[in-house]
Design a protein around this ligand. Structure first.
Ligand SMILES: [Zn+2]
Length: 223
C-alpha cells in the first residue's frame, strides 16, 4: 500500500474520531453505523469510509478505506473492505454536491420510530435543522443494497437527515463535526417525539410557521 499523505491521514483520523464519537455520545452502539468524508486529491475523487465489521476502538489510520466516487467495493484503496453501506455514502455525495460528510447510526429513539415506519413531522421547530418541514423515513430495503441507497437519496432530497425504516438514520453535513452534531440533534428530536407520543398526539406546527423557522435558520448564529 502506498504511503498516505499527511492531509489525508488527518481526515482519516477525523473519520475514526467521529465514529468513536457516535458511540461515546450514545447515538450508536457496537460496530453498527458507519462514517465517511468526501475526499479529493490528484487523480482521486471519492470519499474515505470506515471499514466493514471492525470495532471503532481498534481502528487505525490505515484501516480507513478510500473509495472512488465511481467505484464498487473492490476498487477500495487500502487493506480493508469498506462499510457494507458504501453505496448510500457514494450516492449521497453524487446527489448532494455540498455534502462533505455522512454519519449513519442505529440511534435508539430514531430507530424505534423508524421501526414504526414513522419520520419526524413538524412537532418541534428544530425539525427544520435538517433543512425542511419534516425528517422523512425512507422505506425499508435490505442493508447494503442499491435499493436502500435509492430510498435514502430520495428521502434526503432537500434534507440533511433522514430515518431508514427498520434500520436507523443518516445525517449529513458540510463537515464531519456538523454531521455528527446533526445526528445528535435528530436523535434528541426523536426522543422528544417518542416521549410526547406516550401522552398523546403532539401538536404540529403549520407549514407557514415552518417556513418562518426555515428562513430564520438561514440567518441564525454569529456574524
Ligand atoms: Zn446500518
Amino acid at each position: 500500500m502506498k504511503a498516505v499523505a499527511d492531509d489525508e491521514r488527518t481526515l482519516r483520523d477525523a473519520v475514526i474520531r467521529t465514529a468513536r464519537g457516535m458511540n461515546a455520545l450514545g447515538i450508536n452502539r457496537g460496530k453498527s453505523g458507519n462514517v465517511s468524508a468526501r475526499w479529493c486529491r490528484a487523480a482521486f475523487d471519492g470519499y474515505l469510509i470506515t471499514p466493514t465489521g471492525m470495532p471503532y476502538a481498534d481502528l487505525t489510520t490505515d484501516d480507513i478505506a478510500a473509495m472512488p466516487i465511481d467505484g464498487e467495493s473492490e476498487s477500495a484503496e487500502g487493506t480493508r473492505l469498506p462499510s457494507s453501506e458504501w453505496r448510500f455514502h457514494r450516492d449521497i455525495y453524487r446527489a448532494q454536491p455540498r455534502t462533505s460528510a455522512v454519519v449513519h447510526t442505529h440511534a435508539p429513539f430514531a430507530t424505534s420510530l423508524a421501526c414504526l415506519g414513522r419520520g419526524l413531522p413538524a412537532f418541534h421547530y428544530m425539525v427544520a435543522v435538517a433543512g425542511g418541514k419534516d425528517i422523512r423515513c425512507a422505506p425499508y430495503a435490505t442493508f447494503g443494497t442499491q435499493a436502500l441507497s435509492d430510498h435514502a437519496v430520495a428521502a434526503l432530497d432537500g434534507r440533511k437527515a433522514c430515518l431508514l425504516a427498520n434500520h436507523g438514520m443518516i445525517a449529513t453535513g458540510a463537515s464531519l463535526e456538523a454531521a455528527l452534531v446533526l445526528a445528535v440533534e435528530v436523535e434528541t428530536l426523536a426522543e422528544i417525539y417518542w416521549r410526547a407520543l406516550q401522552i398523546g398526539e403532539p401538536v404540529l406546527l403549520s407549514d407557514d410557521e415552518m417556513d418562518v423557522v426555515i428562513a430564520r435558520f438561514r440567518t441564525y448564529g454569529q456574524r
